[in-house]
Design a protein around this ligand. Structure first.
Ligand code: NDP
Length: 260
């Protein structure tokens, strides 16, 4: 293989990616795809066994990955994870900030534990990871001219879904934060993107306990072919492989048959 071919087929060669929520769904598929595109990858989530299997699979396919079991709602643990990425991979220049949970329920049920869980992970966890890795992204961008912070939001950030208010509000936070950070960090060559997917077939739906939401999801699944985690992985790979001058600010990806 010539060097030119290598660059063409593996556009992320030389880059170091951190993927949160990598033990299942979108994060897992994304970690594998970024490794296929040439990046060395640190995979973060709580389930160490799942991360170890993923790292082994990436290695078997010729890639390099490091498993870091971490609860991202713990700021100190997120900072320790960043320390390991610096020590073992030389620092990140791509952060896919993706761990999240969706727990719909009518607001009058006062499911305060579920409200708090979503806020703790989708907002505080996301911020803990940004806080831990932003110095690495800025340093990398200063040295190489580009770094990426890609946050997983949702179409729920824009659209109205009854009983999804708290989840949707956490994702509105993610999209709005991303737009602000893009302006703040663009001058330092750090691109910031928010991805807003419609329904993707992952473990996300398996955590839902609300009967109404379960019925809505079941109905949707019967009539609509949902996105796959691989569809999202290819989207993230596309964003990261663009020339440094091009920053996808916000990207909505829907199942073709999902109306809103
Ligand atoms: P999954 O449930 O498959 O993935 C969620 C990931 O987050 C898992 O790897 C889980 O790993 C990790 N996670 C959960 N809690 C923590 C924690 N405290 N610390 C670290 N990691 C944690 O769902 P998806 O892949 O679908 O979700 C990924 C993102 O996509 C989420 O932000 C979600 O809101 C968003 N999204 C999903 C859509 C869908 O339809 N699936 C649509 C729109 C957006 P572990 O349990 O091992 O910690």
């Amino acid at each position: 293989m010539t060097a030119t071919t290598n660059i063409t087929t593996k556009p992320l060669t030389g880059r170091v990616a951190v993927v949160t929520g990598a033990s299942s769904g979108i994060g897992e598929a994304c970690a594998e795809h970024l490794a296929q595109l040439g990046a060395r990858v640190a995979v973060l989530a709580r389930r160490a066994d799942r991360l170890d299997e993923l790292v082994a699979r990436i290695g078997k396919n010729g890639g390099t990955a490091v498993a870091i079991a971490v609860d991202v709602t713990d700021a100190a643990a997120a900072h320790a994870a960043a320390g390991r990425v610096a020590a073992e991979l030389g620092g990140a220049d791509l952060l896919f900030n993706n761990a999240g949970v969706m727990l719909p329920a009518p607001i009058e049920e006062l499911a305060v534990d579920q409200w708090q869980h979503q806020i703790d992970l989708n907002i505080t966890g996301l911020m803990n990871v940004i806080g831990a890795f932003i110095p690495q992204l800025v340093t990398a961008a200063g040295e190489s001219g580009v770094a990426d912070l890609i946050n997983t939001s949702s179409i729920a950030a824009q659209n109205i879904f009854p009983n999804f208010a708290v989840y949707a509000a956490t994702k509105a936070y993610v999209t709005h934060l991303s737009r602000h950070l893009r302006v703040e960090l663009g001058a330092k060559h750090v691109r910031v993107s928010a991805i807003e997917p419609g329904i993707v077939a992952t473990e996300l739906q398996s955590h839902v306990t609300d009967e109404g939401a379960l019925q809505w999801l079941a109905g949707s699944r019967e009539t609509t072919e949902w996105l796959t985690a691989q569809d999202l992985a290819e989207t993230v790979g596309f964003i990261a492989a663009l020339p440094p001058r091009a920053n996808i600010q916000q990207l909505t990806i829907m199942p073709t048959g999902q109306p809103s």
